[in-house]
Design a protein around this ligand. Structure first.
Ligand SMILES: [Zn+2]
Ligand SMILES: [Zn+2]
Length: 228
């Protein structure tokens, strides 16, 4: 796991073995909000990462899940046991709780060989969802974080917009792996994901934090926004 400092309040824990999956840590004066949790079995590494930043796991107040795929919700049950609240969009909450299986993605032709090559690991343990989120809600971290529903990758996919800090978290609606910026793959509705990514590109922000890959800033960000 690589530790990437993005802003004074924001750090990414990046898991290269999971296609550069990011777990984000937002710090409001020692009160921590995590975005996503990695695959099952990531909690120890997350705890070590927090330690290297000078934090303890007890400081994690809440975890916001961008969507209910294994690589994002995998360690939510462990983090709930640390005492963190788990927040997820209403439409994915029952999957996080283990009450409904993840629906299979609707793969495009070119995604089939990639999907076939994937090795499935252990399933996430069911986790509690303490708060179900809906579009337009403003959450009490980062100076106010607006929930933007972006159904498509999953039914309950969400993005988070922090206008005060000019930061956007996209979840898997956008990826930026090895310099390639593109809408997410393995979607329920790929046309909806592409439309959602275009909507997100219209937001006036300085840092875009994707589910997988490097943050988008500067010229790369403006190119994605079509503002070059
Ligand atoms: Zn996903
Ligand atoms: Zn993912």
């Amino acid at each position: 796991m690589e530790i990437v400092s993005l802003l004074p309040q924001l750090t990414a824990f990046r898991f290269s073995q999971v296609n550069d999956l990011n777990v984000y840590v937002w710090n409001d004066g020692g009160v921590l909000t995590l975005i996503d949790t990695g695959l099952p079995g990531s909690a120890d590494e997350i705890e070590k990462g927090l330690g290297s930043l000078g934090f303890t796991r007890e400081q994690v107040r809440r975890v916001i899940l961008t969507h209910a795929h294994d690589d994002h919700i995998g360690s939510a049950a462990d983090l709930a046991e640390w005492g963190a609240e788990i927040w997820a969009h209403h439409a994915d909450a029952d999957i996080v709780r283990g009450d409904r299986p993840q629906p299979a993605p609707v793969l495009r032709e070119w995604e089939l060989p990639i999907a076939e090559a994937l090795e499935l690991g252990p399933s996430p343990r069911p986790a509690p969802v303490h708060r179900e989120l809906r579009s337009g809600e403003v959450l009490e971290f980062g100076g106010g974080a607006e929930v933007l529903a972006v159904p498509g990758h999953t039914a309950g996919s969400l993005a988070l917009h922090l206008p005060q800090h000019r930061v956007l978290f996209t979840g898997d609606t956008l990826a930026n792996v090895r310099g390639l910026t593109m809408p997410g793959v393995f979607n329920l509705d790929s046309a909806a994901v592409e439309a959602a990514a275009r909507r997100l590109a219209e937001l006036d922000v300085d840092v875009v934090c994707v589910g997988h890959g490097s943050e988008l800033t500067g010229a790369a960000l403006r190119a994605w926004q079509g503002r070059e």
